[in-house]
Ligand binder design. Structure first.
Ligand code: AMP
Length: 216
């Protein structure tokens, strides 16, 4: 299983990618999560990346490409759901080349789409556990006790880049930067558009149908 999950921030990529990874026994590789872990650990890359992340800008390709490709190689990951990478054409071309070098190719690229207004509402209500990383939404999926994680009891917080103004900027950056990635995989025939609006289960079902058709 080698699948890319494209879509604007807040489209539900992370949740759906985790579900697919569990279902197919593949690794869920989320570039944003890996970057946040590097920032928390205070690595060189984390220090360089955090200034871009806080502004809602993309981390430069020269840092990003080696970071993700090294992660795949070092952990010998050949079955994956990639979530948040590639986000630029240069990243997509580098990934394609690295896979081809190992005699591998992508099976399907899912583009999960949701209108901008709904995304701003979804992301500004998102809260993340400072302990285990589980995510909540203040109205759609609140914890049983406000501000506290049901799973581990740690405090919930809003990501710095989840504030409404930064979200709007991240959406513009996504639409501009990632459009060429969508075109690239559309022209190679791998891309399938999936409507990301609706109940979680409904969206999962749409994705499952696409995946079954692609690998079946
Ligand atoms: P995410 O959790 O996927 O929304 O990513 C959070 C932030 O990490 C983004 O706003 C970017 O600053 C950075 N980031 C994650 N993935 C990439 C990527 N593939 N290329 C550049 N920057 C990225």
């Amino acid at each position: 299983m080698r699948l890319l999950m494209l879509g604007p921030p807040g489209a539900g990529k992370g949740t759906q990618a985790k579900r697919l990874a569990d279902r197919y026994g593949a690794s869920h590789v989320a570039s944003g999560d890996l970057l946040r872990a590097a920032v928390a650990q205070g690595t060189d890359l984390g220090r360089q990346a955090s200034e871009y992340m806080d502004r809602g800008e993309y981390v430069p390709d020269e840092l990003m490409i080696s970071f993700i490709l090294d992660h795949l190689a070092d952990n010998e990951i050949s079955d994956f759901i990639l979530d948040g990478f590639p986000r630029t054409l240069a990243q997509a071309e580098a990934l394609d080349a690295a896979l081809a070098k190992n005699g591998l190719e992508l099976e399907v690229v899912i583009s999960l789409d949701v209108a901008d207004a709904e995304i701003v509402e979804r992301i500004s209500g998102r809260r993340v556990c400072t302990g285990c990383g589980r995510t909540y939404h203040v109205s759609v999926d609140p914890p049983s006790s406000e501000g506290v994680c049901d799973a581990c009891g740690a405090a919930l917080e809003q990501r710095t880049d989840d504030k409404p103004e930064t979200v709007k900027h991240r959406l513009e950056v996504y639409r501009q930067g990632t459009a060429p990635v969508v075109s690239h995989y559309r022209s190679s025939g791998l891309l399938v558009d999936v409507d990301g609006v609706g109940e979680l289960e409904e969206v999962t079902k749409r994705i499952d149908e696409v995946v079954e058709e692609a690998i079946g």
